[in-house]
Write a protein that binds this ligand. Structure first.
Ligand SMILES: Cc1ncc(COP(=O)(O)O)c(C=O)c1O
Length: 400
């Protein structure tokens, strides 16, 4: 009882059944958790990851594992990808893609504000290894075009981006990247495959932190890359087997369990975020609200065409952000003052401008001015959870 075809199934069916295989010995309805790190084989298998093929049986869990493989197949189906590789974290996935695809003398064009770990990895690690890095505001197509060079091998978008929720036009960026023979990589963590399928819009690789919406419950770290078999075959050997950032099968199992309800959760995240964004936008103490679903969002039109769901991430700005953060830490009852996002619990956190522009983004000139114009001294990143929206509104009201 595994799906005979996926093309004729809806997203809720695919999130539950896609990629899963009944255990042939027990018939268990739930995917089995296989924690074994090694597997008994009955033929000689090469010891080298360089000889790994899709026909290689299970040998060692750093290469592949039966539980993890089901997660990979499920996510590939949801992203409409030929293949998927799971990693220990979103950062392990991002680092593996950048290190395996870029070499000394290559050039990377990347969003100038995005997840700080990715930003720091590009600016510090890649430049130390001789990769040239140009951060631009990828929401401005003209900026991407102007940054491309003959040696540009990769264009990296994060959309919606962390923490300003900028939306980048994936289809337009794909044309620019491919004209230069560069790969387009999209970190789609904030969107999830329910909101956006970047491969259909022309991206070559999609990155997810599975720790966020896809796992959805804040109890398992994971990451993934989806794309063509031609790109992911070699990446499994180098980026997973050699770099070693392999996901625990237990985490893969937990994340797969979370994925069963992803479409339902995303609908509720969006409903709650729409209500909370409207509440915040009308509040006298709130100076600015960024939510792709609001008409006031600078790329609301693009969000409407590129996203099937506006997701649950809101950023907002208030006067005296440090004092408000202090009140949140002391007084919030339902919402947790904590980093991360995409969990069933609501999470809020102050992203301080000084901290980000100094240590992660290193913005200067116009880029710095435009960041400050939006974020002021700091912006609250609010991951709207699945609680009752009236309770979330009351919780925020008493601290604002
Ligand atoms: C957009 C985005 N990409 C990647 C990551 C890294 O994911 P992980 O924490 O699973 O390594 C994060 C983490 O917050 C993120 O927000």
């Amino acid at each position: 009882m595994t799906l005979k075809s996926t093309a004729d199934k809806g997203i809720q069916t695919l999130s539950i059944h896609g990629g899963e295989q009944l255990d042939p010995t027990t018939g268990a309805s739930v995917p089995s958790l296989v924690m074994s790190s090694t597997f008994v084989v009955d033929e000689e298998i090469s010891f080298s990851a360089n000889n790994l093929t899709s026909e290689t049986p299970f040998v060692y869990t750093r290469w592949d594992n039966p539980t993890t493989q089901q997660l990979e197949h499920k996510l590939a189906i949801l992203e409409q990808a030929e293949a998927c590789i799971a990693f220990a974290s979103g950062m392990a996935a991002s680092a593996a893609v950048m290190l395996a695809q870029l070499s000394q003398g290559d050039h990377l064009v990347i969003s100038n504000t995005n997840y700080p770990g990715t930003a720091e990895f590009a600016r510090e690690t890649l430049t130390r290894l001789g990769v040239e890095v140009t951060p631009v505001d990828t929401a401005e197509i003209a900026e991407i075009e102007a940054a491309m060079r003959d040696n540009t091998r990769m264009l990296w978008l994060e959309t919606p981006s962390n923490p300003l929720l900028r939306i980048s036009d994936i289809a337009a960026a794909a044309k620019i990247a491919h004209a230069q023979n560069a790969l387009l990589v999209v970190d789609s963590t904030f969107a999830s495959p329910i909101a956006t399928r970047p491969l259909r819009l022309g991206a070559d690789l999609v990155i997810h932190s599975l720790t966020k919406y896809i796992g959805g419950h804040g109890d398992a770290m994971g990451g993934a890359v989806c794309g063509s078999q031609a790109l992911l075959g070699p990446l499994r050997g180098e980026g997973l087997v050699h770099y070693g950032g392999v996901i625990s099968p237990f985490n893969a199992w937990l994340i797969m369990r979370g994925m069963a309800t992803l479409p339902l959760r995303m609908r509720c995240h969006e409903d709650n975020a729409v209500a909370l964004a409207a509440f915040l936008e009308a509040h006298e103490r709130v100076e600015r609200v960024l939510y792709p679903g609001l008409e006031s969002h600078p790329q609301n039109d693009l969000a409407r065409t590129q996203m099937d769901n506006f997701s649950g991430m809101i950023s907002f700005r208030c006067a005296n952000p440090k004092a408000l953060a202090e009140r949140m830490m002391q007084r919030l009852e339902v919402i947790h003052y904590a980093v991360s996002l995409g969990h069933h619990r609501s999470l809020v956190y102050l992203m301080q401008t000084e901290d980000l522009i100094g240590s992660s983004y290193r913005l200067e000139g116009n880029d710095l001015d435009s960041y400050r114009e939006v974020a002021g001294d700091g912006i609250f990143r609010f991951s709207v959870g699945l609680e009752d929206s009236a309770d979330l509104i009351r919780d925020l009201e008493q601290v604002l």
